[in-house]
Design a protein. Structure first.
Length: 326
C-alpha cells in the first residue's frame, strides 16, 4: 500500500503512557482515504490519526472492502518506496499480486501472511488480480526500531492454521496468542491475529500485560473489555491487562483483527511512505526515490509508471505525540 494523500503531514510519533491499570478502551474511528492511481479504491484508515499514532510498533492501519472490483476497479498501486518499516498484507477475500525490488513476486491470498521488510529501502507494487471479484482486507505497517531500521530487505510468506479458543477461531500471523506462535520474525514484541467470533459468543484471551492492543472490527458488533465497537472502528486498550474479553453482540459471525505490542519508545517521523527519525532522513529518502537510487531499487513486471513522491511540506514539521491517557 502507498500513502497517497495529496498533502501528507509529517508525524512525530511517540510511545504511549505506561502502567495503565484501568481497562478503558478508546474508540478510534476511521477516515476514508482514496488510494488514487488509475483505479479509485478507497480505504478506511484508523492509524495514524490525531488521537493515536502507534499501537506497539503498529503505525499504519488501512481497512478496505468488501469491494466488488467490477464496480470499484480494485487495487492498483504503482511502484513506490518504503524505508524503516515492515508492510503486512492480510486479506479476507480476493487476491493481490505483489512485486518488489528484491525480486519477490508473490500472490497475497486470504488467510496468508505476506510481510515485507523495507529495512534501509525497498520499492513494490500491489495490484488485485483479474481473478478477484470481491476485494477485502487490511494493509498494516510496523515501525522498525533504531537498531534494525537499516537492516536488509526481506519478504516472508506464512499460512497460520486457525485454532479454536472458546467461541473464537484465531489465526495468529505474527507473535503469540492462545498457545500458537508465528515463526515470522518481528523486530519488537508484536502480535497480529485474525479472530472470527461465533454469534453471541464471549471469548477471553490471555494477553501479555506489557502489550497494548488494538482491535479492528471488520464486521459484526464486538464488545472489547466492555466497550462496544462497530465495523471499521479500532478499539485501543493500554498495557497492564492479563486478559482480553471479546463478545460478539450480533446474530452472525463477527470478524476482527487483533494487533498488539510493547509501547514503541522511540520518536519517529512518518511522511508519505517513509519512516525516519528526522526531517533530514525523510528528505534523503525522498531524493533517493526521485533519483531512482539503488537504495530503493526497481520493480520489474509492473505495467505502468511508478508513483512520484509528493512535494515536501514547506512549513516546519509539527511534532505529534500520542495523547496522555487518563
Ligand atoms: Mn506499499
Amino acid at each position: 500500500m502507498s500513502n497517497v494523500e495529496k498533502d501528507p503531514t509529517e508525524l512525530r510519533c511517540a510511545a504511549s503512557d505506561h502502567g495503565e491499570q484501568v481497562a478503558q478502551v478508546d474508540v478510534l474511528s476511521a477516515r476514508d482515504v482514496p488510494l488514487g492511481g488509475p483505479r479509485a479504491m478507497t480505504v478506511r484508515r484508523t492509524l495514524p490519526q490525531r488521537a493515536r499514532t502507534l499501537i506497539g510498533a503498529w503505525c499504519f492501519v488501512d481497512h478496505y472492502g468488501p469491494d466488488d472490483v467490477a464496480g470499484t476497479g480494485g487495487m492498483d498501486v504503482a511502484p513506490h518506496p518504503h524505508t524503516g518499516l515492515q508492510t503486512v498484507s492480510w486479506l479476507f477475500s480476493g487476491e493481490i499480486e505483489h512485486r518488489d525490488s528484491m525480486g519477490s513476486h508473490a500472490l497475497v491470498r486470504p488467510g496468508e501472511l505476506n510481510l515485507m521488510t523495507s529495512g534501509y529501502g525497498i520499492s513494490h507494487s500491489e495490484v488485485s488480480t483479474t481473478r478477484t471479484t470481491i476485494l477485502h482486507g487490511v494493509q498494516l505497517w510496523v515501525a522498525l526500531p533504531e537498531e534494525h531500521r537499516h537492516t536488509g530487505r526481506d519478504f516472508r510468506h506464512y499460512v497460520p492454521r486457525p485454532i479454536r479458543v472458546g467461541g473464537a477461531e484465531v489465526s495468529v500471523f505474527l507473535g503469540s496468542l492462545a498457545g500458537d506462535t508465528s515463526p515470522v520474525r518481528t523486530f519488537t514484541p508484536l502480535l497480529g491475529a485474525e479472530l472470527v467470533l461465533e454469534p453471541r459468543s464471549t471469548t477471553t484471551l490471555e494477553t501479555d500485560p506489557g502489550f497494548e492492543h488494538g482491535l479492528l472490527v471488520d464486521h459484526g458488533d464486538v464488545r472489547m473489555a466492555g466497550t462496544l465497537l462497530h465495523p471499521a472502528e479500532l478499539g485501543y486498550l493500554g498495557t497492564g491487562n492479563t486478559t482480553l474479553t471479546l463478545t460478539n453482540e450480533t446474530d452472525t459471525a463477527a470478524r476482527a483483527v487483533l494487533l498488539g505490542g510493547t509501547p514503541f519508545e522511540e520518536q519517529i517521523v512518518m511522511w508519505w511512505n517513509f519512516i525516519g527519525r528526522s526531517h533530514e532522513d525523510i528528505v534523503e529518502a525522498r531524493e533517493a526515490w526521485q533519483n531512482a537510487s539503488d537504495r530503493l531499487g526497481r520493480v520489474d513486471g509492473y505495467d505502468g509508471d511508478r508513483l512520484p513522491a509528493p512535494a515536501l511540506p514547506n512549513a516546519t514539521i509539527t511534532p505529534r505525540k500520542n495523547p496522555t491517557r487518563h
